[in-house]
Unconditional design. Sequence first.
Length: 336
Amino acid sequence: MTIRSITIALLTAVSMGTASGAVAAEFELTYSTTYSPTHPYGQADEMWIQRIEEQTNGRVKITPFWGGALISSREGIDELNAGVADIAYIAPIYATSGYDLNRLTPQFFYGYEDASKVLEVYLQLWEEYPQYAEELDGAQVLGYNVGTPMHLMLREKPFTQLSDLEGLRIRSAVDYIGALTAAGAEGVTMPMTETYPSLQRGVLDGVIAPYEALKSLSFAEVIKYYSELPHSRGAYPSRAINAAAWSRLPEDIQQVFLDNIDFLTQKTYELAQAAEDEGRAYGEQLGVQFNAVAPEVIAEYSAAFEPAARETAAQLDAKGLPGTEILDKIRAAIKN
């Protein structure tokens, strides 16, 4: 069965359910996400959907489709704007191309240790630079995400200074490989599903991942040390409604959605942080040893991200976008 046929079948099922006796809402909308309703993001979505329906007195009905039933992660904004769903979880930060400010500027937050500070600075930039919204081709953003920082998990010894990284093989996102290389480590990209057995066999010496992965991916079973060397994941618009669906809504209904942007953003952050706390507690139960990293070591490590960030900023500048200007503001804000 093709994606198109699955989509038609699902939407037909929704319309048949309405015809079978349920009272139809004035505005029926579909919501698609790659996450499950049990994931922290999905839990936030369910709370937000209920809140929207209640605050519109039932005039709006939002039907969720979970687990990527209608939309994918990398092409979410394109599929949303094509009308595959009315509302969707989007992640332009993970797009393979396009959405340059949304996709590339999150890497400028290197060295940030506090996700709430990242979100605060990012939202200020979003308000200051309309180019962020313009890249989404008319879609109205309904919520934002900030990634909780990832840290360094190691099999054999804790990280306390840069020389501890020499000769190690670390599973890493692409954005972090340059800094690892500068410290004498080998950054390895591989699916997270392959990381556990690679750690177990000693093919890898460590992985850069968040606290929650100690439990959700069972990394606490195959690593002994968790060193709090921050790897910020930046922030990004995470839920949006396409322009056609948005234009169909009257102003009072639109205002309910706008008034709940902060609710969805903060609830997503709170639930993600709760998962982080659970992951750390699980690691402690299994005997993982946690250690803080000295600020001067964090600063020394973070300096290795500067050349790549400046190069990215220059590329944005060449496209007529305020790359260097945004980079400078993000770097200045970390000192405040």
